[in-house]
Design a protein around this ligand. Sequence first.
Ligand code: FDA
Length: 298
Amino acid sequence: MGIVDRAIANSVPVIPRPIVKRISGRYIAGDTLDEAVKTVRDLNREGCVATIDLLGESTESKADAARKLKDYKKVVDTIDEHDLKSGISIKLTGLGLTLNEELCRANAEEIVEYADARGRFVRVDMEDSPYTDATLGIVHDLYRRHGNTGAVLQAYMRRSLDDVQNVIDAGFSVRLCKGIYDEPRSIAYKDFATVRQNYIFLLDELLKGGVYVGIATHDEFLIWHALRLIHQLEVPADRYEFQMLLGVDEELRSILVDAGHKLRVYVPYGEDWYEYSTRRLKENPKIAGYVAKDVIGS
Ligand code: FDA
């Protein structure tokens, strides 16, 4: 069990796998890459772009990391072969960050180089706080050498304002999200309103600093502030995009696309669906109702 899985196990009531499987369908493209291709095609037809995420987190061995690297390359090949409007999202713990930073760096460089040769972008997801420094350091180096990669900053992290300054200096693109892991108060803001305020503050700084921002949220209050900032700062359309998770608030997604904004959907697929789905279900305030309905209905 990896650190992320442990955090989830500690913070989420255990929901039986069959129930999670039944109600997680909307958050996952499917078990296979073919199903992810079909989902991305549909999204492209709707006017959205995508980023494909192969589910599964920590690796336990060098061989696991090598397998993950091979799988990531297959995703890039498939995106290319089907000419999809999509990049790929990767997790550095999947490429060996829990084992050895140098091994992970070499693996990350290989996938970024591979994607670069095929004109594709690699977004490096941000995981929990033990990996923040290493993740930003690796993205920084790879961006300098290849250009086709960017990082994620989390608005709940107390350190993120400093990271924003470094990103502005470095020039790589950022996905800005609230943050999903269960962090201690010494590291992360715990209060919902404070996280929101910090999101707005960081977004303002990033946009003023000329950073290309992926505005990753389904929170309409934040989306309103993003639209306000884009308007007030006269941010050109090619300097930002909105980003949403597959299966979450499709109505808001259409509203943004119809208004002419670029919108990227995060498309997870793979057999390791349980942990990802459990996190999504934890975020959804309606989960209690879904579970009750499923338990009663089965
Ligand atoms: P919030 O959780 O307040 O949700 C706002 C509204 O959206 C809710 O009121 C509800 O209506 C709807 N909603 C939210 N979640 C829902 C759900 N599961 N089902 C149905 N409706 C739902 N985190 C991280 O730590 N590292 C990362 O790399 C990423 N990457 C990432 C990529 C993309 C594209 C997105 C959109 C998000 C991430 N995240 C992430 C997750 C992020 O940090 C955050 O946990 C979620 O986006 C939820 O926060 P919101 O800002 O959407 O607001």
